[in-house]
Design a protein around this ligand. Structure first.
Ligand code: AMP
Length: 421
């Protein structure tokens, strides 16, 4: 027996209403802020991620699904959404459009991660990117869009974690201070972090190993090294969030895993924070376009994981509206009944009333049982008597009432009842 690959999931019909709901809400929130939908391929040249996300990051070093195809091309499954969107922006000259260019996408992404609750190898994200503008109001717009989406689906008790990591005018002095500090405490760090000391010391701040916690908590903070311009940018972002009364906390440890961030970085956390429970996050990435070979192009964006959003909805007891179940189940006794059921079901389906016909070879009693098990609202019974009189018996399965009506009247009744839902 085949099983789905480790770290991937099937979404069954009993769960799909959660997906439909969060995807609809994502679209609604993006569109109402002026974002247009972009869809990029599931695979890209591997080098896009190596250069865009950066070596020394977990994504590139350990998690990327890269392979050679039969034409010897180096390809990788999409590991995150921002580098591909920036690639598409540059490729299609979107900078000719009024800036910022606002783009959203709903994507699947792949990382060779250790699967656990909220962490998978194929997962899904809602991404928004605003490209081409350095205005801190756009940073705030991005934070607020994620905030409004997560609250809009019904999640409660969220907080925004906010930090600024400056830009390449202030970053070198900060990195130097950090390197000195961690070098002095090397023996107190975990093995991974000792390695990071030479590859990417800022990533040590992200470490979830409790062993590193005491050293990290006293490490130099990016916000103490900001240039006046970076400080001004950060102050503005906070001012805008304050106008919207968003509960944000400055979190000096937040640097995010990817290399391309500058200025604002942020995450949204649920009330109960486990090691990997950020619902979403993002930040400004003014250096990304150049990193992947384009002209200097500012940008800011976020990504939020839909599996995590759905897990939190379930934890908080939020249940979105279900797909309409089968409304009408045709109970038939013979071949004539099946043919008539096909004609009548066709009429109902044309009016968007979900209808099914009983499978072959089941007794009436078994058909009624199945109608109930499927949650049908009506059993539409076509026995010999009914067929002769060109009538149909409708049994309302929630109220256990029965009436016998001519075909046209029955169809009208079922259509009206379905509209009332
Ligand atoms: P990142 O691109 O790492 O900033 O991730 C953005 C969001 O995507 C996270 O906050 C999660 O909600 C989600 N996410 C990232 N990695 C995974 C994963 N392996 N499984 C499920 N969701 C993930």
């Amino acid at each position: 027996m085949f099983r789905s690959p480790r770290g991937t999931q099937d979404v069954l019909p009993e769960d799909s209403h959660y997906w439909r709901f969060v995807e609809e809400q994502a679209r609604r929130h993006a569109v109402r802020c002026g974002y247009g939908e972009i869809r990029t391929p599931t695979m890209e040249e591997t080098a896009l991620f190596l250069r865009g996300v950066g070596e020394g990051t977990d994504i590139v070093d350990k998690e990327i699904y890269s392979f050679k195809d039969k034409g010897d091309n180096d390809l990788a499954l999409r590991a995150e959404g921002t580098a591909p969107v920036m690639r598409a922006y540059l490729q299609h000259n979107l900078q000719q459009q009024p800036t910022p260019v606002r783009l959203f996408s709903l994507i699947n992404a792949f990382r060779y991660d250790r699967p656990q609750a909220g962490r998978y190898r194929e997962f899904h994200q809602f991404n928004c990117e605003a490209i081409g503008d350095t205005d801190p109001l756009v940073d705030a717009e991005i934070v607020l869009l994620l905030w409004d989406f997560l609250n809009g689906v019904g999640l409660q008790n969220l907080t925004v974690q906010l930090n600024s990591i400056g830009d390449n005018t202030c970053r070198p002095a900060y990195k130097q201070a950090l390197l000195e500090y961690f070098s002095n405490h090397e023996s107190e760090l975990c093995d991974d972090c000792r390695r990071r000391l030479s590859t990417n010391p800022m990533r040590i701040l992200d470490c979830k190993n409790p062993r590193c916690e005491p050293v990290i908590s006293k490490a130099p903070r990016t916000i103490d090294y900001l240039s006046p311009e970076c400080q001004e940018h950060f102050d503005r972002v906070q001012e805008y969030l304050t106008i919207r009364e968003i509960p944000f906390q400055i979190n000096p440890k937040l640097v995010r895993g990817l290399d391309y961030y500058t200025h604002t970085v942020f995450e949204v956390w649920p009330a109960t924070v486990g090691a990997q429970s950020a619902l979403g996050g993002g930040g400004r990435y003014d250096g990304l376009a150049e990193q992947i070979g384009g002209p200097a192009t500012p940008g800011v964006g976020f990504a939020t994981g839909l599996e995590r959003v759905i897990l939190n909805l379930k934890e908080q007891g939020v249940e979105p509206p279900k797909e309409p179940a089968v409304q009408v189940y045709f109970v038939v006794m013979d071949e004539e009944g099946r043919k008539q059921a096909l004609r009548l079901a066709t009429r109902l389906r044309a009016d968007d009333v979900p209808s099914t016909i009983a499978p072959r070879g089941k007794s009436v009693r078994a058909q009624m049982r199945q109608a109930n098990a499927l949650g049908a609202r009506y059993a539409a019974i076509l026995g010999g008597d009914e067929l002769q009189a060109q009538e149909i018996t409708l049994r309302n399965l929630t109220q256990q009432e029965e009436s016998r009506l001519p075909y046209d009247d029955a169809m009208a009744l079922l259509t009206t009842a379905s509209r009332k839902d």
